[in-house]
Design a protein around this ligand. Structure first.
Ligand code: ZN
Ligand code: ZN
Length: 411
């Protein structure tokens, strides 16, 4: 059977991931994680990595059937366990200079019919064990990148009415289009896209707004921005000095909100797919930066468990602006995957902030980040609050306002 995924475009995706996503350096090691279904992409990535001079490429695979076997047959105590030894090893690899590449593409609904309490326990154990490695990524100490592969189980969720092969082909095309692989010279297209995102960030950094005010159906939210916040978007320089594009695709410019200065209420505009369950129609209210009321039309029990992960889980760690006309929004495809769906619309994230989203962020200690309003948490969960009906004002320190977005587009 020939694969429904275009091999030429898949090769270009691998090339863009290595050259633009990671800018993998000669002699640099690479740690890869992937669903086993993404093996064709892993092989191409490994080829391009070694062609770029990689020292050693090491891949860890996961499999959906094996994950389900745990939920079906593992003893209860298993759900408080995680492979800490593996994450410690990864953290060590990163300390020693390795880059990180993750292939996303698991069926986001894989765990939707499992016991939410077990899912939450397993996620919590995993988040805690992952922390030493995740901190290196979240603090941007290394060059890292995420791309996606059209796993058949994911494709069938996105295109439920199509036969599997056709669904995979359609999802592959949607991934290639969103990832700007669908053009004659994807590497050049990414350089131009990065320049455009840098212009938006520079404008916002020049403005130094105190807060952003989101107004739309079910939304009246003032998001105070952290002291010394810095907007970022597209390519960025990791602390190891390498310029990389962590997310492919990416359409957002984003920064750090003030963990104590978020007021008002906000409604989600797209479903949130969170580690195997779908949370939809979210409505929350903030007081003093903290969520004091939370409802969801679907998946409310999971949402409430997420909010109870730790103290920082009820506060914001990111605010991001994406025009409503972004290619992902224009495609009309709901990917059930944050990497894509967050780039369809403006969003906020619960939990951990990015410490590099501060002026001179690389030099700040965790205490300084906190003092400037940066949030900390085991989680970082993006959800969509933008649409063609949402307006955004920038509020200056003196209370005056500047239109930032009107009806979902840059003003
Ligand atoms: Zn974001
Ligand atoms: Zn985020």
């Amino acid at each position: 059977m020939t694969s429904p995924v275009d091999p030429v475009k898949l090769d270009k995706l691998a090339e863009v991931a290595i050259k633009i996503g990671l800018q993998l350096q000669e002699g640099q090691d690479l740690v890869l994680t992937a669903p086993i279904a993404a093996l064709p992409l892993v092989r191409l990535l490994t080829k391009h990595a070694y062609m770029a001079g990689a020292g050693l490429v090491t891949t860890f695979y996961a499999d959906e059937e094996c994950t389900l076997a745990r939920y079906a047959h593992a003893p209860d105590v298993s759900f408080d366990r995680a492979s800490g030894w593996l994450y410690e090893g990864m953290a060590k690899a990163f300390e020693n200079g390795a880059a990180r590449l993750a292939i996303a593409g698991d069926n986001p609904m894989l765990l939707s019919s499992q016991d939410p309490a077990k899912v939450a326990r397993a996620n919590r154990a995993n988040s805690m064990a992952y922390k030493p490695a995740l901190e290196k990524i979240a603090n941007f100490e290394i060059n890292w990148n995420i791309i996606s592969y059209p796993n058949p189980s994911w494709a069938k969720l996105v295109f439920p009415d199509l036969p599997e092969e056709e669904a995979v082909a359609r999802l592959a095309d949607a991934i290639f289009a969103a990832s700007r692989i669908d053009v004659a010279d994807p590497v050049a297209a990414w350089k131009e896209h990065n320049a455009n995102l840098a212009r938006r960030s520079e404008w916002l950094n020049g403005r130094r707004f105190d807060a952003l005010h989101f107004i739309g159906p079910g939304t009246d939210l003032k998001v105070g921005l952290a002291d010394g916040h810095e907007w970022q978007g597209g390519a960025a320089t990791a602390k190891n000095g390498i310029v990389c594009n962590p997310n492919i695709p990416t359409e957002e410019v984003f920064t750090t909100p003030h963990a104590l200065k978020v007021e008002g209420h906000v409604s989600s505009t797209k479903p949130l797919s969170h580690q195997g369950t779908l949370i939809d129609d979210i409505r929350v209210r903030f007081e003093g930066g903290r969520i004091v009321e939370a409802k969801a039309g679907r998946g409310e029990d999971v949402l409430l468990k997420v909010l109870d992960t730790d103290e920082g889980a009820r506060r914001l760690g990111e605010v991001a602006l994406v025009p409503h006309s972004s290619p992902i929004s224009a495609s009309g495809v709901l990917f059930y995957n944050t990497l894509f769906d967050e780039n369809a619309s403006c969003h906020i994230a619960l939990g951990q902030c990015y410490s590099n989203c501060f002026v001179n962020g690389g030099a700040l200690t965790p205490d300084q980040v906190k003092a400037q309003g940066g949030n900390s948490s085991l989680i970082h969960i993006d959800w969509m609050i933008g649409s063609g009906e949402v307006d955004i004002d920038g509020i200056n320190a003196d209370g005056s306002r500047v239109p930032v977005m009107r009806r979902g587009e840059w003003a």
